[in-house]
Design a protein around this ligand. Structure first.
Ligand SMILES: [Zn+2]
Length: 255
């Protein structure tokens, strides 16, 4: 894990055009090696030309696979994406690449027949949603409910979400959610249900809230989930400039 000094050095040059660094407190691995990779690789699985990771196979390219961080999550994540969502644009792929033991991406209507014993929960905001912090605590005191071992995210626009939610295999799943946060995503999320967050942000915050509930504080063990997200955030800000972007209002929103 990088020391605060190392993180400061790694980002001082990149952040010079950005008034505030919303990621400065996060413990994310130095990503400067990504800038040394100029071309593309051939994906070892599908043989298509890819940069950093294959958004179809959800694996890193050979150039970066031994350099990117690896995150172990306390329970599994399924992301169900709408077939009309473009693979290359989905930030959910970041989670599958960084936490390959825990995260899989499924395309609707490929929805598993999930256990309905409390061990699987759907991450979705709504009247019936229970904050993940509460869900974890009540599981500990409820012998009839199995402890959480998987959460399901839906990666789609609001209009597509209703159709996915109606899938028979999702009926009867408890809904969990996390504390609302503002997004740093550069691509406006028209009609996204989860407070307009990028899917990778939603995954990250769910685990931040979970870690906080479980340990009593958040010890940053999931920050590297945002490895590619932070890299792309700075890339895009360096291209378009900070003035027009959401950096200033976002600076206090990241931990
Ligand atoms: Zn591939």
């Amino acid at each position: 894990m990088a020391s605060p000094l190392q993180r400061g050095i790694a980002y001082s040059s990149m952040a010079k055009n950005v008034k505030a660094d919303p990621f400065s407190k996060l413990e994310i691995k130095d990503d400067s090696f990504l800038n040394t990779i100029s071309g593309r690789d051939i994906c070892a699985n599908c043989y298509k030309s890819r940069k950093f990771y294959c958004y179809s196979c959800y694996i890193p390219t050979d150039s970066v696979k031994n350099l990117i961080p690896f995150v172990e999550l306390p329970f599994d994540v399924d992301v169900i994406k709408h077939p009309c969502e473009t693979d290359g644009k989905s930030t959910a792929v970041h989670a599958a690449v960084i936490a390959p033991n825990n995260v899989r991406i499924l395309t609707y209507p490929d929805v598993p027949d999930y256990q309905k014993d409390g061990s699987v929960a759907l991450v979705f905001p709504g009247k019936k949603s229970v904050p993940i912090k509460e869900y974890v605590k009540t599981s500990l005191n409820n012998s009839e409910r199995r402890s959480l071992n998987k959460v399901v995210f839906i990666d789609s626009t609001w209009n597509q979400t209703g159709g996915i939610l109606a899938h028979p295999n999702l009926q009867g799943l408890p809904f969990v959610t996390f504390e609302p946060r503002a997004s740093l995503f550069w691509r406006y999320q028209k009609g996204k249900p989860l407070c307009h967050l990028a899917t990778i942000e939603a995954i990250y915050y769910l685990f931040v809230d979970y870690g906080t509930a479980f340990d009593g504080y958040y010890n940053r063990q999931y920050d590297n989930i945002l490895f590619f997200f932070r890299y792309m955030y700075y890339k895009i800000h360096s291209i378009y400039g900070a003035e027009n972007l959401r950096v200033n209002q976002a600076k206090q929103l990241f931990y």
